[in-house]
Design a protein around this ligand. Structure first.
Ligand code: GLU
Length: 402
């Protein structure tokens, strides 16, 4: 298997094929595949739809398209059924994570989700994610579980996204209309032509939702996550996938995941504060691949929470030399700047991290990189070495909590 951590999205049509309650018909072979992954030392996160379908028969409704509150009630009762249905296929424990778009957009909650998934995986528990339908009003909704699965793949730093449904891949034309339609086995890049193929098939039940699958694939692949659309109804396709054979459509990752993370830090995250560094700290950060310690910070600016992005500034030139995710809020950081990290627990009464910004959560801006020392790729490879040889800060936090 050509991945280490996979997010598997399972559609409602597989969980509740007759839309009247849960069934084990397709879940059995999916569960077998997940167990095979575990046996091969891989980590698996499930994103499972099906709560509305599973609860449909338990809530009175008079129309084929019930109101939103009625569907929310169906989801609430169906979620329990669905989780029980999954758990019966595994000896290892399953866990339930219900999240909304609002949770993913909030930096503090994002870090909480990330930490929870990491600890669950480290304990051999299967995280099973669904949208929190009870609270998911329009602006909070991710909208569909394909896109939710892509977001989960990002937050969990997966290297593979597997979208299982009742379609077995992307076809050039609708296979219902043309039985000889060609299935694409490999998509090197998601272009408008690819979206066009998906739209041509979106009105048909068997291939419905292809658009959102392509959106999910685009989000994941541009962040370095290889994505596959595969039939979840075909036990053999899963068996083949476990042997490294693609029986569906493979959307190729556009770059290595760690490069994608740097890109995300640099271009997507908006900084909400600044920290100013003395010359020694600037050198340690830009030339030695070090994390940013509170002792090297001379002052801070702005109101930021733990988990927010901050600009890292050279106090002499006032230029931005790096961006990174703060381990502390501005209030706590203000109390420990200029101090040795061993003093943090005494000053704050707790010490979740000895660093203000961990190296793995930091990107050095090109303008700050001394040409004789670093090129962009050297900076990245240093980060990889750091990641392999040091304990990430988040792990230190979790060990304390455990
Ligand atoms: N959260 C919905 C459910 O569990 C599914 C949404 C989707 O499949 O896109 O029924």
């Amino acid at each position: 298997m050509n991945f280490q951590r996979v997010v598997i999205k399972v559609g409602s049509a597989l969980v509740a094929p007759d839309k009247q309650g849960c069934s084990g018909q397709y879940l059995l072979s999916i569960a077998r595949f997940i167990t095979q992954c575990h046996q091969a030392g891989k980590e698996v996160i499930l994103v499972s739809s099906g709560s509305v379908a599973a609860g449909r028969a338990l809530i009175r409704h008079g129309s084929p398209n019930p109101s939103i509150p009625t569907k929310q009630a169906m989801a609430a009762v169906g979620q329990m059924k669905m989780m029980a249905n999954w758990q019966r296929f595994f000896d290892v424990p399953c866990s339930q994570l219900l999240i909304t778009h609002g949770d993913l957009k909030d930096r503090q909650r994002y870090i909480n989700i990330k930490n929870t998934i990491r600890i669950l995986l480290a304990n051999g528990v299967i995280p099973i994610v669904n949208e929190n339908d009870t609270v998911a009003t329009e602006e909070l909704k991710v909208g569909d579980n394909d896109n939710l699965a892509a977001q989960v793949a990002l937050v969990s730093e997966a290297d593979c996204l597997l979208i299982l449904s009742d379609v077995d891949g992307l076809y050039r034309e609708n296979p219902k209309d043309n039985p000889n339609a060609e299935k694409l086995t490999d998509v090197a890049q998601i272009t408008s032509a690819i979206y066009q193929m998906a739209s041509g098939t979106s009105n048909h039940i068997a291939t419905g939702g292809m658009q959102t699958k392509i959106q999910a694939a685009e989000k994941a692949t541009e962040n370095g996550i290889a994505t596959y659309i595969l039939s979840g109804e075909d036990a053999q396709a899963l068996e083949q996938f476990a042997q490294g054979v693609n029986a569906g459509t493979h959307f190729h990752a556009q770059q290595a995941p760690f490069k994608a993370k740097k890109h995300w830090l640099k271009h997507t995250l908006k900084s909400t504060g600044r920290v100013l560094l003395d010359a020694g700290a600037i050198k340690a950060v830009t030339q030695k691949g070090a994390s940013l310690l509170p002792s090297g910070i001379t002052s801070i600016d702005g109101r930021f929470a733990a988990g927010d992005s901050i600009d890292i500034i050279d106090v002499t030139s006032q230029s931005v030399i790096a961006k990174g995710i703060s381990q502390y809020s501005y209030r706590d950081l203000a109390k420990i700047i200029g101090q040795n990290s061993n003093q943090i627990a005494t000053i704050l009464g707790y010490c979740p991290s000895k660093v203000a910004v961990h190296r793995d959560d930091m990107v050095i801006l090109q303008s700050a990189i001394n040409s004789e020392i670093n090129t962009d790729s050297e900076t990245d490879s240093k980060t990889v070495t750091t990641a392999k040889t040091t304990t990430p800060v988040v792990n230190q936090i979790s060990r304390k909590e455990e």
